[in-house]
Design a protein around this ligand. Structure first.
Ligand SMILES: C[S@@+](CC[C@H](N)C(=O)[O-])C[C@H]1O[C@@H](n2cnc3c(N)ncnc32)[C@H](O)[C@@H]1O
Length: 234
């Protein structure tokens, strides 16, 4: 059964404290992907001044982004997720945490709308767009991120994809989960949540959305089972 945005918000509220452990079970290459996506954000940045981490969650990318950029703006609508991210930033980065500005909201919020056009050297967006329902809303989000980027800068976007060979991909995913110690209940719950809460697209549809939002060059830089990283240049 498809669930509502309120169900989604409730999921992230409930799972905030356990997110960092759970995501490493459900996304078998989570740490590698974050390492690559943050490196790509820096490698494609015209300057190293300012990076947006859109849908920052519990802040898994923030220490790496802060090491690479002077300032990071971290946006997320989930208060509980942001609370974990704030606590983690001050624990992991001490005074460096002052270089992260946390914003509770989305691209529709006044505080994000008030950010200047072309004022970011990179946008990092890991496993977020798949939670935005409908192509119109996905496009509005991508257009807002495009507006914020300097010319030549990149959006680095990680997405769980819907692919043509879903059954085979999910079979491999279940096998990897079992091998990494997940219980059958965790596997069934994870799979149910993917189907009920995510609005996945295939790689061609993601490329088309990025092109429609104004991105000129899109490269798929990585794929691990059904999760891919795209680099889209303004
Ligand atoms: C799977 S978590 C990813 C968190 C983090 N980026 C990571 O890679 O671990 C998805 C996050 O997207 C946030 N989110 C959901 N809808 C959003 C939206 N419309 N705009 C921004 N963030 C959103 C959720 O609150 C949640 O923290």
């Amino acid at each position: 059964m498809t669930q509502t945005p309120a169900d989604q918000a409730e999921l992230f509220r409930k799972m905030a404290a356990g997110y960092d452990a759970a995501i490493r079970v459900y996304q078998p290459s989570y740490d590698d992907m974050l390492h690559l996506s943050t490196d790509l954000a820096a490698a494609c940045a015209p300057g190293r001044t300012r990076c947006l981490d859109y849908g920052c969650g519990t802040g898994g990318a923030l220490a790496q982004l802060c090491a690479l950029f002077d300032e990071v703006v971290a946006v997320d609508p989930g208060r509980a997720m942001l609370d974990v991210a704030r606590a983690r930033a001050s624990q992991e980065q001490g005074d460096g945490a002052a270089r992260v500005r946390f914003v509770e909201g989305t691209t529709s919020s006044a505080e994000v709308a008030a950010l200047d056009d072309a004022s970011f050297d990179a946008a990092h967006c890991s496993m977020v767009l798949m939670f935005v329902e409908g192509d119109e809303a996905k496009l509005a989000t991508l257009r807002a991120l495009h507006r914020l980027l300097r010319p030549g800068a990149a959006l680095v976007q990680t997405e769980v994809l819907r692919d043509a060979d879903e059954d085979a991909t999910f079979e491999l995913w279940r096998a990897i989960m079992r091998r990494r110690g997940a219980t059958e209940e965790q596997i069934a719950t994870g799979e149910r949540q993917i189907h009920a809460l995510m609005h996945r697209r295939d790689a061609g549809e993601i490329r088309a959305l990025l092109a429609a939002a104004g991105f000129a060059h899109v490269t798929q830089a990585y794929q691990s089972l059904h999760t891919a990283i795209f680099v889209a240049r303004k």
